[in-house]
Design a binder for this molecule. Structure first.
Ligand code: ACO
Length: 429
């Protein structure tokens, strides 16, 4: 017999089905609660709400586990690449050699933007944040795809997905070049995904950027570690927009906007800005820790805390190690890394952070790697968005493939004024 929860509501008994996930997560299915009882559930910030059933990513925040399609993030970080992992996330299994080649070829085939898109870049002021450009240009790219209709032809999904993953990287590089007043560098067919991005960012018309393997690998790892993270703010936004049957590019553009905020993807930029401020003020981090605990200071220890992880974020562990390795290989001594380590050490011993289970998240060390790679601070969240594209596409696919999927439409508990009436302007006080 299937498991049920019993609800006693003002003396009346109701039963609600219990749903169990493949890793033993349990949920009470309240989808018929309002119809049966006239009540809805209320959950500010959705901290306790499962919005969907998904087969893509599993997180156990209590023990610090993250798996894409069942495969631990540690194994993928060690053995896979971003492109292979993107395939895994989108299609649900590791690709065969032939499948991987086809996917890579599609990414290469779609890497160029329509030449007319270049005019759009000219219209942005040089002060424009690259996340604003990215979101606008993803939508603009959809205008050059008249057939880009949600679900239009299932056979086009592969092309659209590859186009989005490939072009978002070209758009990101172009927006950086534009913001610096530099000439645009086109992608090269011979380069692989991440190498090509570095080439478009840093080559000049006269000289190709020297692609050091450790640099390419470090950035590829950052993309891979960001590739999906189940129902976070931006992915939920993508699913929300997809549920209205908007096209894949429109959904991704909305995801970029959600990711931009400093409480989400924007935290990687905020972390480095925080570390720079601490460094410039001569503080070794201890004054900042005190301020971060004071709710009236308006400060938070950026890169710390997570809605789901109540343990060390497994991605942060991998990134911290990669950060140490990269800076060693590149012979870089970055004072911001020393400050970050001191902050982490102090926070992990401080009762305020311990009691609230606040640990470093993925953003705490990723910015220091990107700084070492010469990537400007305002591009950090863009890098996150490039990495997250496979996850958004996989979530979009899950919605569009589900013939039973309904438009996302939460309810609310109204707490505004009760009925009152229109007062003509001349009678108002
Ligand atoms: N510094 C200081 N205090 C913090 C921090 C922090 N970074 N994070 C949480 N807290 C405190 C809160 O003030 C709260 O204290 P209280 O119980 O005394 O009121 C308690 O810890 C619980 O925090 P919530 O805000 O309820 O946690 P929530 O799950 O809503 O938010 C979030 C999670 C947004 C990540 C939060 O921890 C935060 O703002 N961190 C800094 C920004 C950041 O690093 N964001 C990146 C997240 S990872 C990602 O999106 C890729």
């Amino acid at each position: 017999m299937s498991k049920q929860a019993k609800l006693d509501l003002n003396g009346s008994a109701f039963t609600l089905p219990i749903v169990e996930g493949s890793e033993g997560e349990k949920a009470i299915d309240v989808s018929e609660l309002r119809a049966k009882t006239g009540h809805i559930t209320l959950d500010d910030g959705y901290g306790n709400t499962g919005s969907c059933r998904s087969k893509i990513t599993f997180i156990d925040g209590e023990t610090g586990i993250l798996r894409y399609r069942g495969i631990p993030i540690e194994e993928l970080a060690e053995k896979s690449t971003f492109v292979e992992t993107a395939y895994l996330i989108i299609y649900g299994h590791l690709p065969t050699r032939a499948q991987l080649k086809r996917f890579s070829d599609l990414l290469t085939a779609h890497q160029y933007l329509h030449e007319d898109m270049k005019h759009h870049f000219v219209g942005f002021p040089s002060t424009a944040h690259p996340m604003a450009i990215l979101s606008a240009m993803i939508n603009a790219a959809s205008c050059f795809n008249p057939d880009l209709m949600r679900g239009g032809d299932a056979g086009q999904f592969d092309d659209h997905a590859a186009q989005l993953i490939s072009q978002v990287r070209t758009i990101a590089a172009f927006s950086y070049r534009k913001s610096r007043g530099l000439p645009i560098i086109y992608p090269k067919e011979a380069y692989k995904y991440t190498a090509n991005f570095l080439h478009m960012l840093f080559s000049t018309p006269y000289e190709d950027y020297e692609l050091k393997p450790e640099v390419v690998r470090a950035l590829d790892l950052i993309f891979l570690l960001h590739a999906d993270h189940e129902q976070n703010c931006s992915t939920s936004t993508v699913r929300m927009v997809a549920s209205s049957h908007a096209n894949m590019f429109a959904c991704a553009a909305a995801g970029v906007c959600a990711l931009w905020g400093p409480l989400h993807g924007g935290a990687n930029q905020a972390v480095v800005e925080m570390l720079e401020d601490i460094h410039q003020s001569g503080d070794d981090g201890s004054k900042f820790i005190t301020a971060a605990k004071d709710k009236t200071s308006g400060k938070k220890l950026m890169g710390f805390g997570h809605r789901v992880y109540k343990n060390y974020d497994p991605r942060a562990k991998i990134i911290k190690r990669a950060c140490d390795d990269l800076l060693n290989v590149m012979h870089i001594a970055d004072p911001l890394l020393d400050i970050a380590k001191k902050l982490e050490e102090a926070a992990l011993l401080d009762p305020y952070f311990v009691e609230r289970k606040l640990y470093p998240n993925v953003d705490f060390y990723s910015g220091i790697i990107m700084r070492a790679l010469g990537i400007p601070t305002e591009m950090y969240t863009v890098i996150f968005a490039i990495g997250r594209m496979p996850g958004w596409i996989a979530n979009f696919k899950e919605i569009t493939d589900d013939t039973k999927s309904r438009i996302y439409r939460p309810r609310q508990v109204y707490v505004g004024p009760t009925l009152n009436h229109y007062v003509p302007l001349h009678d108002r006080k």
